[in-house]
Design a protein around this ligand. Sequence first.
Ligand SMILES: Cc1cc2nc3c(=O)[nH]c(=O)nc-3n(C[C@H](O)[C@H](O)[C@H](O)COP(=O)(O)OP(=O)(O)OC[C@H]3O[C@@H](n4cnc5c(N)ncnc54)[C@H](O)[C@@H]3O)c2cc1C
Length: 314
Amino acid sequence: MLRVGGCAEHYVAVRTANDLAGHAIQAQRSGLRTTILGWGSNVVPADDGVPGLVIHNLATRIEITATEGGGQGLVLAESGCSFQELFLRSAQAGLRGLEFAVGIPGTLGGALVSNAGAYRSNVSEFLTALEIAVDGERRWVDPSWMEFAYRDSILRRPNPPACAIVQVRMALPKGDPKRIYDEAREYQRQRIAKQPPQSSVGSFFKNVNDHGLAERLAGLPEGLRRAGVVPAGFLIERAGLGGHRVGGASLSRRHANFIVNDRGATASDVRRLAEHAQWRVWETFGVLIEEEALYLGDWSGWDGRDAPVPDSKA
Ligand SMILES: Cc1cc2nc3c(=O)[nH]c(=O)nc-3n(C[C@H](O)[C@H](O)[C@H](O)COP(=O)(O)OP(=O)(O)OC[C@H]3O[C@@H](n4cnc5c(N)ncnc54)[C@H](O)[C@@H]3O)c2cc1C
């Protein structure tokens, strides 16, 4: 969490799926602008705050049952459960697949909105159905409704449907408990080694999938070149921005794709720095890096840009 930004205009905390759906549906029917908030680990709320209703999702129930043959487990989880807790509970039930969730702070709902992932896995892989509150109704939908892509879903696009993810069904395969914990421990070790400890949203920008660019860049590790993946941090570093600061926010020297709040930053500091990095990467490589973090609230009057960067979300 970046620990920046203003307050919610209206705020309610919900502790059950029924409460979440009830408040979301009521707000949708009355046309009230609504934001569902998980742990806030992937958002930059505007300094002026977030207009409308913020529903803080504290609905955390998780149920795991074995299938008849025993080859897999079925998960029913409320969207406010911790994604890491979901991994732990499924690992305790001898189920594999969510090892990558270790070290991803936040709720299952927040993870689904951005199709969170790491180490070549992502949360949408194991999903079998979602219950959503949309258009003033509550209904179960197929995962295809979410239009998942790399760190993306329909709920991140411009003018997304007003929708709350209420609860989720997943199917996870049985695994060897020792391998599950060993793998999770190894991922955790790698994260501790590379992630800056200060407040952040994790990676601020998405990595770039571009074989041509990967071929052109000297010094890119061979595995990434072959896969055609260029880490945003690599581009920011090469644009000479490691450690660059705006106000209380800086691009971490440890991992240049992390904007950290190390000196009492405002949301405007963070956005100005992010747009500067975007502009410098564009100027240097002709590549637009797209935010993985989400801006919340009303930024319509924002004009902090150093220079015009093509808007990928136009
Ligand atoms: C140190 C650190 C490391 C990280 N590492 C990773 C990583 O490896 N991989 C990765 O993918 N991400 C990573 N992240 C980003 C973040 O942890 C994930 O995106 C996380 O899943 C967000 O969950 P949240 O509950 O905090 O969501 P929030 O930040 O609260 O919300 C994110 C968005 O989802 C919406 N939303 C949340 N819940 C719901 C719901 N129930 N229904 C509808 N909309 C909803 C919100 O309105 C908002 O637009 C990292 C973050 C940090 C701080």
